[in-house]
Ligand binder design. Structure first.
Ligand SMILES: N[C@@H](CCC[C@H](N)C(=O)O)C(=O)O
Length: 276
């Protein structure tokens, strides 16, 4: 079939977005991998699929696939692109949109400026729910990689994240240590790995080695998890600007029993058709 798609990005974290309401493609892991391939396909970090909700009280269902073909629970930059996509394609006229993912319901609000504010729900720190193998919940954990000990924060934003505080993100071992922590046995479902340097209590730099992709120019859930871990460790305030290689996100979290909010842009690049 000829598949219609839109190429989008959130701060350079790029997506192929597919309307599975007006077309019903069979997206096997192999098809996802070939669409995502930057040389033999269209190229992207994630494929986003917009579908009918299973819950009638929600506007849409949104599924996320990493470039390696694995289906994942959540994607923050993808959520903002999803909101822009359903409005641009006139699938809804609402400025407050509810969407079902495999781990829950999110509410997205499109601001007058065009930026999108996403209610990302409450960060989860209980190790079993991340999932992460540890005896008890803590604000940091020691893990061993190649006989060296690293301190990490661990949180779930629907998907699993490990966060390391480093002096300087430019020189942090993102490409060498990232994949080793991604596949560390303490994370049974693998993990996204953030390297965060703290500029002040309201400003951080962040690079993320994403599970199933590699380093991306931005990771929305990674920014949420990094700030949540920083707040839990007492080193950050409740509103933080996160500088990622692709641009800035604003994260706001009042602490336990409150939802965390992420605000940032979403961009459409082009529309196309591809034979699958
Ligand atoms: N880029 C995303 C996260 C996408 C999923 C992630 N790689 C995972 O495997 O959990 C974001 O903006 O949050």
């Amino acid at each position: 079939m000829r598949l219609r798609f839109t190429k989008m990005h959130g701060l350079g974290n790029d997506f192929i977005v597919i309307d599975a309401i007006s077309q019903r493609p069979n997206l096997s892991p192999e098809t996802i991998r070939s669409l995502s391939d930057r040389r033999f396909g269209i190229g992207c970090d994630q494929v986003l699929v917009v579908d009918y909700p299973t819950n009638p009280e929600v506007d849409f269902r949104y599924r996320i696939f990493n470039a390696d073909g694995s289906e994942v629970e959540n994607c923050g930059n993808g959520a903002r692109c999803f909101a822009k996509f359903v409005r641009e394609r006139k699938l809804t006229g609402k400025s407050s949109i509810s969407v079902e993912t495999s781990t829950g319901i999110m509410v997205l609000k499109v601001n007058d400026s065009g930026e999108i504010r996403v209610d990302m729900g409450e960060p989860e720190f209980t190790p079993a729910n991340i999932p992460f193998i540890a005896d008890a919940t803590a604000s940091s954990y020691a893990i061993e990689v190649d006989n060296q000990c690293y301190n990490i924060g661990a949180a779930s934003m629907g998907n699993p994240h490990a966060v390391l505080v480093v002096e300087d993100v430019e020189t942090a071992p993102v490409l060498t240590l990232g994949p080793k922590i991604e596949n560390h046995p303490a994370f049974p479902n693998r993990v996204n790995v953030g390297f965060m340097s703290v500029v002040s209590r309201t400003e951080v730099n962040l690079r993320v080695f994403e599970r199933g992709v590699g380093e991306t120019l931005a990771c929305g859930t990674g920014a949420c998890a990094a700030v949540a871990c920083g707040i839990q460790q007492g080193i950050l305030d409740s509103t933080v600007t996160v500088h990622l290689p692709g641009g800035d996100l604003t994260i706001h979290w009042e602490g336990p029993n409150h939802a965390l909010f992420m605000t940032g842009p979403a961009t459409s690049v082009f529309h196309g058709q591809v034979r699958i």
